[in-house]
Unconditional design. Structure first.
Length: 125
């Protein structure tokens, strides 16, 4: 079973995406900010990170989380999402992540398709 770290500070989005991913058979770890996410990254082996770019807690952002992951022992695939696509941070993320960058609101099916592509899983309906 693949383990996905989902980093989202908006509770309704966190619950909805968790449900969708768990329904497809993924184990989902939940973090609501940068600090929680880095703790999970050091405590568990994750196969994929899906993260919001902006957190209400000012401890860090999604780009810092991406950079933290890249400094680890192994590179973990990363998907970023944001409701603020016109910010400098979003431009940085899109430049690095290309098709692994989602603007909220987005269709859960598109995200699930990208997750299955990244994890080399057949697409689930």
């Amino acid at each position: 079973m693949f383990r996905v770290l989902l980093v989202e500070d908006e509770r309704s989005i966190l619950k909805a995406l968790s449900f969708e991913l768990e329904d497809d058979g993924y184990e989902v770890l939940h973090a609501s900010n940068y600090q929680e996410a880095t703790c999970y990254m050091s405590a568990f082996e994750c196969d994929l990170i899906i993260s919001d770019l902006f957190f209400t807690c000012e401890s860090g952002d999604g780009i810092q989380l991406l950079n933290q992951m890249k400094q680890g022992e192994r590179e973990i695939p990363f998907i970023a999402m944001t409701a603020f696509p016109d910010t400098n941070l979003a431009y940085q993320a899109k430049k690095v992540l290309h098709d692994r960058f989602f603007v909220k609101p987005f269709c859960a099916r598109q995200l699930k398709k990208k997750v299955s592509e990244i994890l080399n899983q057949p697409e689930l309906c």
